[in-house]
Design a protein around this ligand. Structure first.
Ligand code: F3S
Length: 641
């Protein structure tokens, strides 16, 4: 039978279930990645499993989020990550080497392999034909231990690309266009598989920009075929041996299809505060811009930054506009440097930052109060920049550079001729000697922990009947940034659950933590797409530690749902969405937890006497995990933790 690309990879890795959309499947995972903000917890969980060595083909631990070392916490965590990697057979990427997804694409991602990462933009590796998914840290820990990764079998959407990008339009505009069409909820339960004649016109870094930001659609992942472009990319990276051709079969079936004519796309932005608020750049002309940031795992490749350097060459940015540039990796920096392209950046007045996530995770580079910031990043949620009233627009690197030169949005028709698309060198500089490879035998390695590393708290199993007050009621599209904000101060506490939990919902409702601590327990009421955004499992772990028993919502985002299950919080779905109005802060909710069955419906009772039907989309295995108090309780935990 003719197969699409996604199905081919899934079939090859299937260990449990059937490839019927919506039904639960288990797949074998070839590669894992972690970044430091989620990695410390993932490795604490891996240690708790008692496995002596990772069982994947390749696992890499990157440090790219919390690279600032202004106190003991981040360096302590980096040392823990380095030593735990050496002990268990994991490659370690030290701070400053680059952003996890950019580095993984350049150095390790392979066509046809499965990859899960404790970061929601892991689908970046779909640019070379990997089936790459963001997952909670615990799922990554389990995959490192050789366990299957469980997910609902996705629908496969064929995104048919016709034509070729013209003028100032870029790969970023393809994904911003798609987000405008489908919204941040449009990809839930789906893999976006790119096909059509337009695919061959896109380089791997351009493809990776698109698959990276497919995460903003809520998609399971996005993937491009592995073709001549892939071969050229891997050759340039010194990895032609990793190339295999991987195409969908002629006549393969797809559940859905979307068509995009690349010829007619124009420069776009996502307006504050959602990545799907698509607007044309020319329609924003005249708006003053105080800051332009170029970088992040979406747009920090050699081609992106070379385009920027060529645009800035011999010019000076406007004095009122701050321009920050963070390259994706040291390899990108070395390529720019060998071509004399660092000078044009520096001479333009831009600030060159470390090769790391930087301003994307609020690690410096915050905009001025009430300022407009254009960013080549993938998220513009309110407060993510660490300036609550900043207005963040997501744009392409060329647009960000032109705006820095103009000091405001302007019509691209007046920008002149865009620079030619940069081509990768035949042989890019190799930076693989900068990774720290684990010894063959890690048994003698001592894991070094500082005071910031707190053991995981124990979690009790689910009671037969839950009685808890509504501790918070939130609206639609609540992101994991709302639940637990990013930023240097808070993320430095990521390996200390009691400490980080004090910040849960801190920017949404300052009374939440006090309320739930007084009651000792609570439930969360949410609207549509609750928990969208990053894979941050602390957004489930923190509430669990504080005593949250259930999240009762209209709908849930995929990774957050998995994190709730993994940490033993019941995710319940309102059968009638209008019942949302019946919940008020403090009202006591009684849930007959022992009557819940996979996919079944139960009635909750409020102390007002109201009875409300709720369903779930849990599998039998997921329900068993929740009843046990979380996944870690089912795989063991070392003495004393
Ligand atoms: Fe880092 Fe931002 Fe990507 S935090 S991994 S650059 S989304």
């Amino acid at each position: 039978m003719a197969q699409n690309l996604t199905r081919k990879i899934l079939e090859k890795h299937l260990v449990k279930g059937e490839l019927t959309p919506g039904s639960e499947i288990g797949i074998r995972i070839d590669q894992t990645l972690t970044q430091d903000a989620t990695g410390t917890m993932a490795y604490l969980q891996f240690e708790a499993m008692g496995v002596s060595r990772v069982r994947t083909e390749l696992s890499v631990s990157y440090v790219d989020h919390n690279t600032l070392q202004m106190g003991f916490r981040n360096p302590d965590d980096h040392r823990y990550l380095r030593t735990v990697a050496a002990k268990y057979g994991i490659i370690f990427s030290p701070p400053g080497t680059g952003i996890c997804h950019q580095l993984h694409l350049e150095n390790f991602a392979k066509p046809g392999k499965t990859l899960i990462g404790s970061d929601s933009h892991t689908p970046t590796a779909g640019g070379v034909g990997s089936l790459a998914m963001g997952a909670g840290g615990l799922s990554v820990a389990l995959a490192m231990g050789g366990e299957a990764y469980f997910l609902p079998c996705p629908k496969v959407v064929r995104v048919w690309l016709d034509g070729e990008l013209q003028g100032w339009a870029s790969a970023k505009d393809i994904i911003l266009h798609l987000l405008g069409e489908l919204t941040v909820k449009g990809g839930v339960g789906k893999v976006f598989e790119y096909a059509g004649p337009g695919v061959a016109t896109l380089t791997v870094p351009e493809r990776a920009t698109i698959t990276n930001m497919g995460a903003e659609l809520g998609a399971t992942t996005s993937i491009f075929p592995s073709d001549e472009q892939t071969r050229m990319f891997l050759r340039s990276m010194g990895r032609e041996n990793d190339f295999v051709e991987l195409l969908a079969d002629e006549g393969a079936a797809y559940e859905e299809e979307i068509r995009i004519d690349l010829n007619v796309l124009e420069p776009l932005a996502a307006a504050p505060h959602m990545p799907d608020r698509r607007v044309r750049i020319k329609d924003l002309a005249g708006m003053k811009v105080e800051q332009s940031c170029i970088g992040s795992c979406t747009n920090s490749s050699y081609a992106d930054l070379k385009t920027v350097a060529l645009l800035l060459k011999g010019k000076r940015i406007k004095p009122e506009t701050d321009l920050l540039i963070a390259p994706g990796s040291k390899q990108v920096l070395k390529m720019l440097s060998s071509e004399g392209l660092i000078d044009p950046l520096l001479d333009s007045g831009a600030r060159l930052l470390e090769a790391a996530c930087g301003p994307c995770i609020g690690m410096g580079g915050s905009p001025v109060s009430g300022g407009v910031s254009v960013r080549t990043f993938n998220r513009n949620f309110e407060g993510r920049s660490a300036t609550k009233d900043a207005q963040v627009y997501l744009v392409s690197p060329a647009t960000a550079a032109m705006i820095a030169l103009c000091g405001e949005f302007s019509d691209p028709a007046g920008w002149g001729t865009p620079p030619a698309k940069p081509e990768l060198p035949e042989q890019a500089p190799d930076i693989r000697h900068l990774f720290i490879y684990p010894p063959e035998d890690g048994s003698k390695v001592e894991i070094l922990r500082g005071p910031n590393i707190a053991p995981l708290p124990p979690f009790e199993s689910m009671p037969a009947r839950i009685e808890a007050p509504v501790a918070i009621k939130v609206g639609d599209d609540i992101t994991t940034d709302h639940i637990l904000p990013a930023g240097a101060e808070i993320t430095a506490l990521r390996s200390n659950i009691p400490a980080i939990s004090k910040h849960i919902f801190g920017r949404v409702d300052e009374g939440f933590v006090g309320r739930i601590q007084t009651a000792g327990k609570g439930v969360i009421i949410g609207g549509e797409n609750y928990g969208q955004g990053s894979s941050r499992e602390h957004a489930a772990l923190g509430p669990r530690y504080l005593g949250v028993k259930a999240v009762i919502v209209k709908s849930l985002a995929r990774i957050h749902r998995a994190n709730l299950v993994n940490f033993g919080i019941l995710p319940l779905l309102l059968t009638n969405k209008d019942d949302y109005a019946k919940f008020t802060l403090g009202v006591s909710v009684t849930i007959p937890a022992d009557e819940i069955t996979p996919g079944g419906t139960v009635e909750l009772t409020l102390d007002t006497g109201e009875r409300i039907a709720v369903g779930n989309d849990l599998t039998a295995q997921e329900l068993a995990i929740i009843k046990a108090g979380g996944l870690l309780n089912t795989v063991g935990r070392p003495a004393g933790s």
